[in-house]
Ligand binder design. Structure first.
Ligand code: NAD
Ligand code: ZN
Length: 251
């Protein structure tokens, strides 16, 4: 076992208010492709063309056809994987306090984490772009694309498009918990999307140990990660939890 792994076990075993920042990579093993990197959605479509608010306002039908309908099909089939469960276990053990996720898939809540900040919103709900009327995504009638609200406006997911602001409460709470945590676990994020990517910097500046789990190096790996663990989250997290459990059971 690597020194980083051993050190990560030691640090987490002592931790009382760890925070996890997760990105699309933690859900790859649930069958949800990331945006960037190998097999990523951006290899197939241009984000500025389909995931920008201006694109939706100009041509909601195309954005629904190319992006939103596909996301719904993929998310409908997904279940939490061993990495999501590992984070729920860390909460149960009294080590992890909060998950800040850039994902919109709801898998952390389904795995059992109770304090999840959805930094970019959620795909589980939709609202009307014109009047804000809201509905569960599962209840949306897809016989007409784009689906419409009773007022005539178009429905859209509760997640933010490029060009839109992070919900104020999510940003504020994320900054607070990042500044107060003793360990920050950065899992499956390329750390390129701001302001989510600034959370590990806030944590480190306030004295937290930064543990990064990713099969590829990121912009954080050399610059601020104290303990980089290279590999798939679905392999590393259960291994970490198993070793921590043994450690806690041995007086
Ligand atoms: P990203 O697509 O930019 O990067 C994904 C990262 O995950 C990469 O660094 C990659 O090396 C890593 N990765 C791949 N497989 C992994 C694995 N098995 N274990 C751990 N890491 C793995 O993702 P991002 O940084 O989250 O930014 C993309 C944006 O797209 C986010 O803002 C998010 O809102 C959105 N998004 C969400 C979902 C989802 O809800 N599941 C899916 C795609 C994109
Ligand atoms: Zn409406």
């Amino acid at each position: 076992m690597s020194d980083s792994f051993e050190n990560a076990v030691n640090v987490l075993t002592q931790a009382k208010k760890a925070v996890a920042l997760t990105g699309a990579g933690i859900s790859v093993e649930s069958g949800i492709p990331p945006f960037r990197g190998k097999g990523g959605l951006w290899e197939k479509i241009d984000p500025m063309k389909y995931a920008h608010i201006d694109a939706f306002l100009e041509d909601p039908k195309t954005v629904w056809d190319v992006l939103i309908k596909n996301m719904k099909t993929v998310l409908d089939k997904a279940h939490p994987n061993a990495a999501h469960t590992g984070l729920a276990d860390l909460e149960q053990l009294g080590i992890l306090q909060t998950v800040i996720t850039q994902n919109v898939d709801g898998l952390h809540q389904r795995a059992g984490n109770r304090d999840v900040i959805e930094f970019h919103g959620s795909f589980a709900r939709m609202h009307c772009q014109s009047c804000d009327w809201a509905i569960e995504t599962a209840q949306v009638d897809l016989s007409e694309i784009p689906p419409r609200c009773g007022c005539g406006g178009f429905l859209r997911p509760d997640c933010i498009f490029f060009g839109e602001l992070i919900p104020h409460e999510a940003l504020f709470r994320s900054q607070q918990v990042s500044a107060a945590c003793d360990v920050m676990l950065v899992i499956g994020t390329s750390a390129t999307v701001q302001p989510a990517a600034s959370m590990p910097f806030i944590a480190r500046d306030n004295g937290a140990v930064v543990i990064e789990i990713n099969p590829e190096p990121t912009s954080l790996t050399q610059r601020i990660s104290h303990l980089p663990l290279m590999g798939a989250a679905g392999t590393i997290l259960p291994r970490l939890v198993g070793t921590i459990r043994q450690r806690l059971a041995t007086p």
